[in-house]
Design a protein around this ligand. Structure first.
Ligand SMILES: [Fe+2]
Ligand SMILES: [Fe+2]
Length: 333
């Protein structure tokens, strides 16, 4: 029994280093292994449910984790050789400091990003729960109150994963600190953590391999038609200024569609229902989007897949404050 556990631990340890698309030769050098030993290790990984194979790409033998590619269907008739491949994860509304925070699910998203070899996570705002001094119900639902405690906590506890950078905009909850004291909590977070970049308040444009992505965290209530607000935003852009992707946080909803050639996404949250949502009877989608795209040299998207990963109710820690009490920082170095 004990031996089986050691085998499993060994498989899991090395599996993390077999990053999708990474060179097998580099792996052999790093761990002083022969190819036969790597083959044995991959077999061990497969026994423990971690599917990994090797494949040849541009004359180099690389690892491939086909288990994560099962829903991918590349469009036929496209020459992928000349295209740039980009992968990133979209998350939003973590509301750290609220009793309904679900940092352990944020950790799960980062673990999956790490296992897939994805180098970037983009946060669409409401990183923290903020501070609403005149809303007694909101204050009562917080396990951390005020700028110092929320900033300190998120700085210490946000996942720290080798090879993953996080970009963030701030949302209306983060902006409560700006309104009360001209203090930008996400800016200061980025000053404390080398792996986090602050892109600005409410919205920002990111250029990923020349693909223009507009990140948005509007304010205000929910629209009955999920796509309506996103459509409105896309309609407001002149053709030549349109981004290729629009990712919208704030609504705690999950939806993706294409409109005027823009890939529109409502990015789900990573927290439990807030008191406001409970009062209003609003639903709450918890999860992330894993984006896989191929673009040409001009930044035109030739292939786009937005894989929705939603968490189930039984994956939540529903008890108020449980996440803050139990969660540990995810560190992968
Ligand atoms: Fe939010
Ligand atoms: Fe918001």
């Amino acid at each position: 029994m004990e031996e089986k556990n050691i085998e499993q631990k060994t498989a899991e340890k090395y599996y993390r280093y077999m990053k999708n698309g990474s060179s097998v030769e580099d792996f052999m050098q790093k761990f002083h292994m022969t190819y036969q030993e790597v083959e044995g290790l991959m077999e061990l990984c497969r026994i423990y449910g971690k599917d990994v194979i090797t494949t040849e790409k541009r004359d180099t033998l690389v690892f491939e984790k086909p288990i994560y590619r099962n829903i991918k269907t590349l469009k036929p008739g496209i020459d992928y050789k000349g295209l740039v491949h980009t992968e990133f994860v979209l998350i939003s509304d973590t509301h750290i400091g609220n009793e309904g925070q679900q940092l352990h699910l944020v950790n799960d998203v980062y673990k999956e990003a790490y296992n897939r070899g994805i180098p970037l996570v983009i946060h669409c705002g409401d990183v923290t729960d903020g501070y609403y001094p005149i809303r007694a119900n909101d204050l009562a639902s917080q396990c951390l109150q005020g700028f110092d405690s929320q900033l300190n906590y998120v700085k210490e506890m946000w996942p720290e994963v080798n090879g993953i950078e996080t970009m963030m905009i701030s949302g209306n909850h983060d902006a409560t600190y700006a309104k009360n004291a001209l203090a930008s909590v996400v800016y200061w977070l980025s000053q404390c953590r080398d792996d986090i970049t602050y892109l600005g308040p409410d919205s920002a444009v990111v250029d990923l391999n020349k693909v223009k992505i507009f990140l948005d965290h509007p304010d205000g209530g929910n629209s009955k038609a999920l796509s309506y607000k996103v459509q409105q935003r896309i309609e407001s852009w002149e053709s030549e200024y349109k981004p290729k992707i629009l990712a919208v946080g704030h609504f705690h909803k999950s939806y993706s569609f294409v409109y005027r050639n823009v890939y529109g996404l409502l990015v789900p949250c990573l927290c439990n229902k807030t008191p406001f949502q409970k009062r209003q009877g609003l639903s709450n989608a918890i999860g992330a989007y894993f984006i896989d795209m191929y673009s040409d040299k001009k930044g035109n998207i030739q292939y786009f897949e937005a894989e929705e990963k939603l968490f189930k109710q039984n994956q939540l820690w529903d008890e108020a404050g449980k996440d803050k009490r139990k969660v540990k920082q995810l560190v992968i170095r």
